[in-house]
Write a protein that binds this ligand. Structure first.
Ligand code: TXA
Ligand code: MG
Length: 347
């Protein structure tokens, strides 16, 4: 039996926070909102509780969990080698959508780090998440609160649909602001390296850190963030990502809609506001507008909702319009590329 309570995301009710914190201290799981996506939390220092996270999500054992903190004091016992770069990142971007990967101390259970000698730490920028961690008095390990393989949940209802019956409590604080996961930044090497693009852009990191590299996995070099090797964020339908000039994308999508319809397939379009009117007239079964390309933050915030809607409506073929890779666009395109399973059409 899962209880779902609606919590005030700006001024969380203390009785809900207390109830949730008590569950965390007892070794149970609680789903809670953060500014990026919902997290499925457990006491990060309790190996058994963290093992339960993997079970509930159906998560591969080799994929480490991010540990969430509510103050700087908490970080000290978790990592070694908190240096100048970490300090600058935290000062600039915490609380916020940035996860710092640093060498871990033995206090972090193997289950959390999935056998690595590092741990990802983040201070989320959300009153509910911060209040919960603070009240629990322990760091909280939390992956995204979806079933493994599904798009991350950006709304309480998404968590409910995925995890109902599997966990005791969902704190539902409504929609997440950022809508894509945190940027995972590896600080264990010479140069800071982005392992997963996310809510804090490369451009902003470079303003604070100088040169920042990006992990480019290849056939003989697996991604340094184990989670990036899985086809995450994946809807059930086949997603094709279209990249190129708008006119050409519109023409191609129009052709593909006809194509799919002759084969009796249901088509979903995921596109920007600028393309919506033209595509609407082609009568796809679903047209999901991400928002204006002038407001990429909005596009990011609605992306997972769009992918989930395609699933719910039994869409067979999803045609997604690519966006600029600048700023948050880098994270958006990373997720779309993954959702497509690399089915990318350059038109
Ligand atoms: O925004 C977020 O980061 C959300 C919210 C809940 O905080 N969490 C999240 O967790 O997205 P998850 O488990 O879905 O993704 C964590 C990613 C995975 O790709 C994982 O492999 C990587 O971070 N990661 C975690 N610890 C790592 C480590 N020590 N070294 C390399 N990658 C790590
Ligand atoms: Mg995830």
């Amino acid at each position: 039996e899962t209880k779902r309570v609606y919590i005030d995301s700006q001024a969380p009710e203390s009785e809900y926070i207390e109830e949730a914190a008590e569950l965390i201290r007892k070794g149970q799981l609680v789903a809670f909102p953060t500014e990026t996506v919902y997290g499925l939390g457990a006491n990060a220092l309790d190996a058994q509780a963290c093992a339960e996270i993997f079970k509930v999500k159906g998560r591969p054992q080799d994929n480490p969990l991010i540990v969430h903190v509510s103050n700087f004091e908490m970080v000290k016992s978790l990592v070694t080698g908190w240096g100048e770069l970490a300090e600058r990142c935290a000062r600039a971007f915490w609380p916020g959508p940035l996860t710092l990967v640093l060498p871990k101390t033995p206090i972090i259970p193997e289950t959390v780090s999935a056998g690595l000698n590092s741990v990802g730490i983040r201070m989320p920028n959300h009153p509910v998440a911060l209040a919960l961690i603070e009240k629990a008095g322990v760091p909280i390990a939390a992956p995204s609160a979806n079933l493994s393989g599904k798009p991350s949940p950006t709304n309480g209802i998404h968590v409910w649909k995925d995890l109902q019956g599997r966990i005791p409590l969902i704190l539902d604080g409504g929609a997440c602001d950022v809508g894509v996961e945190s940027t995972v930044l590896d600080l264990t090497g010479e140069i800071p390296c982005i392992l997963r693009p996310g809510g804090i852009t490369r451009e902003r990191l470079e303003e604070v850190l100088g040169k920042v590299s990006v992990d480019h996995p290849s056939e003989n070099q697996p991604p340094k963030a184990p989670g990036m090797k899985y086809r995450h964020y994946a809807p059930k339908g086949d997603l094709y990502l279209l990249i190129g000039e708008r006119e050409k994308i519109l023409t191609r999508i129009t052709d593909e809609i006809q194509n799919a319809h002759t084969r009796l397939k249901k088509v979903g379009i995921i596109c920007t506001l600028e393309s919506a009117s033209d595509l609407h007239s082609q009568l796809p079964e679903l047209l999901f507008v991400l928002g204006s390309e002038e407001r990429p933050d909005e596009v990011a915030a609605s992306l997972y909702e769009g992918l989930r809607l395609c699933d719910e409506q039994g869409i067979d073929i999803i045609l997604a319009e690519g966006v600029s890779k600048n700023g948050i666009g880098f994270a958006i395109m990373n997720r779309l590329e993954k959702a497509s399973g690399q089915k990318i059409w350059y038109v």
